[in-house]
Design a protein around this ligand. Structure first.
Ligand SMILES: [Fe+2]
Length: 291
């Protein structure tokens, strides 16, 4: 497979909007054998249990993590009965299977070809496959990676916000997400929807998700299969470190300057907290030897 024939991205749009706003890309994955249900069932069986997450799909947008119901079905039954079982399932880190790993690399090489000179080198390439029943809802949340969601089968509508919108996504939520991750779902208010970008997706289309952009997803009236191709960069790792630093400062009773507002402060925090994190990593093996 040739990466630039699998994916089509407008280079000028990429240059203008990458990691700032959502934009569409196009791909040739609909009908690909790796996304047929029997092959996905085989993948769900082969992946270690912790990489297969599934629950009921008819959820409110603002569901709290502790309220997320299971369906009572096994992962295998969920795939087999996806048409009628009202479920949402994600197969995580699918690159562990060599076939899916090769496809992920091919797709991300396509992105890298358009990104040349525009973004730092890709790190931690990871792939996720979402399989959802008609009408399933993925609640309001954020993710830590740069993401391109490629719609392979069925339709879905993504509601997404400007990643810099601090009314919908306050700094404190970002700090919590990076420093004390419990669940990726966010507190929801109905008024948020009035300022959402509402983006329908059909097979062959894809959508760019900036790092930690708030979003929720509603499936169309058919079974949906989508492939999420993700990566991180030195820039996203630095941003994570800065949010962890701000979380620490807030815990000390301070009001930290938001990430990105002061180059000097960000640099100082990066040096101080980066050094502390390195020291902690260095001391960890010694501490466990002493125990
Ligand atoms: Fe997401």
């Amino acid at each position: 497979m040739n990466p630039t024939t699998v994916l089509d991205v407008d280079r000028q749009v990429f240059a203008a909007y990458f990691n700032r706003k959502p934009f569409r890309v196009w791909h040739s994955l609909p009908g690909h054998p790796l996304f047929e249900l029997p092959r996905l069932l085989e993948l769900a069986r082969a992946l270690p249990e912790r990489f297969v997450e599934y629950n009921a799909g008819a959820l409110p947008v603002g569901v709290r993590p502790e309220e997320t119901p299971r369906t009572g079905l096994s992962a295998e039954e969920t795939v087999r009965r996806i048409q009628e079982c009202g479920s949402w399932m994600v197969l995580k880190r699918v690159e562990q299977d060599p076939d899916y790993g090769a496809l992920l690399d091919c797709c991300l090489d396509g992105i890298a070809a358009y990104a040349r000179g525009l973004v730092p080198p890709m790190q931690r390439r990871e792939g996720f496959i979402f399989l959802s029943s008609p009408g399933a809802v993925t609640p309001f949340h954020i993710d830590p990676e740069y993401n391109f969601l490629l719609q392979v089968r069925g339709t879905k509508t993504v509601s997404m916000w400007d990643p810099a919108d601090r009314f919908v996504l306050p700094e404190e939520e970002l700090e919590r997400f990076y420093a004390s991750f419990v669940h990726r779902n966010l507190p929801w208010r109905d008024v948020f929807q009035t300022t959402a970008f509402v983006l329908p997706l059909v097979p062959g289309e894809g959508l760019h998700f900036p790092v930690t952009v708030p979003h929720w997803v509603k499936n169309g009236p058919e079974v949906s299969v989508s492939f999420s191709i993700t990566f991180r960069t030195a820039h996203s790792a630095r941003r994570e470190l800065l949010y962890k630093a701000n979380a620490r400062l807030r815990k000390l009773g301070l009001k930290p300057t938001p990430v990105g507002q002061s180059i000097l402060l960000d640099r100082t925090k990066q040096l101080a907290f980066g050094a502390a994190a390195n020291l902690k990593r260095l001391l960890a093996p010694a501490a466990s030897r002493d125990a």
